[in-house]
Write a protein of this length. Structure first.
Lengths: 111, 115
């Protein structure tokens, strides 16, 4: 069964600190892996998309890594800001553009 | 430019009623997706359109759910004989041709509550 698991389920950190969110997946055939940010009450917004051959991709203070051998990805957030408080969802694309979503990590940044 | 819009933003209905949820994708986006998101969960795929045709409807939970996109732009998700378990946020997303690395742009969702 295609699954995407994320950890931790929730995380609270101080403003300015760094954090890393984890994603493990069992999806086949793998197409690409995406990280989305979802603010409360809004639709998800894409942060990064990585294909099989990409190991790392950055988008401003967000850096995503992908290890296709171990089927793991991480999202590193640098110098966190209050506006980073949101759910971060790992999404794996497989087959004919099917997406399997993780349940997300709820990140809270406190001043 | 305008993003993906969805109407209504909230819909409250009674068990057994019929509802329609509308999605206006970004202009020029040929691919359109419907997802359902229950509280505390990630979105769950329902159906994917490429143009006017449903390229993949394997995520529709049963035959009470149906979606159309008659002119290749606006899409309507239709739910017959609603049940309390249908309560969720229904998200719509659109993208360009829908290739492997095309970004999906999500709308704000319609929160459906079935009493």
């Amino acid at each position: 069964k295609n699954q995407v698991e994320q950890s931790p389920q929730s995380l609270i950190i101080l403003e300015g600190k760094n954090c890393t969110l984890q994603c493990n997946y069992t999806v086949s055939p793998f197409s690409n892996l995406r990280w989305y940010k979802q603010d409360t009450g809004r639709g998800p917004v894409s942060l990064t998309i990585m294909t099989f051959s990409e190991n790392t991709k950055s988008n401003r203070r967000y850096t995503a890594t992908l290890d296709a051998d171990t089927k793991q990805s991480s999202l590193h957030i640098t110098a966190s800001q209050l506006s980073d408080s949101a759910s971060y969802i790992c999404v794996v694309s497989w087959g004919n553009e099917k997406l399997t979503f993780g349940t997300g990590t709820r990140l809270t940044i406190i001043p | 430019g305008a993003g993906v819009s969805q109407t209504p933003s909230n819909k409250v209905t009674e068990k057994g009623k019929y509802v329609e949820l509308r999605c206006d994708p970004i202009s020029g986006h040929t691919a359109l997706y419907w997802y359902r998101q229950s509280l505390g969960q990630g979105p769950e795929f329902l159906i994917y359109f490429q143009g006017t045709g449903a390229a993949d409807d394997s995520g529709l939970p049963n035959d009470r759910f149906f979606a159309v996109r008659p002119e290749g732009s606006v899409s309507t998700l239709k739910i017959q004989r609603t049940e309390r378990g249908d309560s969720a946020v229904y998200l719509c997303a659109s993208s360009l041709p829908g290739g492997p690395t095309d970004t999906q742009y999500f709308g704000p969702g319609t929160r459906l509550t079935v009493l």
